[in-house]
Design a protein around this ligand. Sequence first.
Ligand code: NAP
Length: 107
Amino acid sequence: MNTVPSFGVGTFRLKGQTAIDSVRNALDVGYRAVDTAQIYDNQADVGQAIAQSCIARSALFLTTKIWTANYAQTQLVASLRDSLHKLRTDYVDLTLIHWPAPGNGGA
Ligand SMILES: NC(=O)c1ccc[n+]([C@@H]2O[C@H](COP(=O)([O-])OP(=O)(O)OC[C@H]3O[C@@H](n4cnc5c(N)ncnc54)[C@H](OP(=O)(O)O)[C@@H]3O)[C@@H](O)[C@H]2O)c1
């Protein structure tokens, strides 16, 4: 999606069936932006919820965040590929560095 939806659903602290149900419910009532992160350990749940929703990928705005342990040049791309695999997509609309972590090869 080219524009950022005005409302989005967050998934911090949600895991497993709770995360799946939360994202599914949000999508069912019209949310089209979903926020997750590697450290939330729920990207596979989010991916499952999106897959089950049958909403076109192009209609969604999906955000994930790279965790600090993956900021090194040798790990960042691989970790993002792993995120994409878990999210069952070949792109995310927004990739964030979770937060600065000087010394981790990041910002
Ligand atoms: N906190 C951060 O530092 C931070 C940073 C970056 C991004 N985010 C993103 O922003 C989102 C919101 O962050 P926040 O700090 O506002 O979180 P928060 O204060 O923990 O608020 C979580 C919200 O989710 C609702 N909720 C909890 N369990 C739910 C469920 N099973 N299904 C549906 N809704 C549920 C809660 O409702 P009740 O009030 O009724 O319990 C509450 O309104 C996060 O999920 C994350 O994706 C957060």
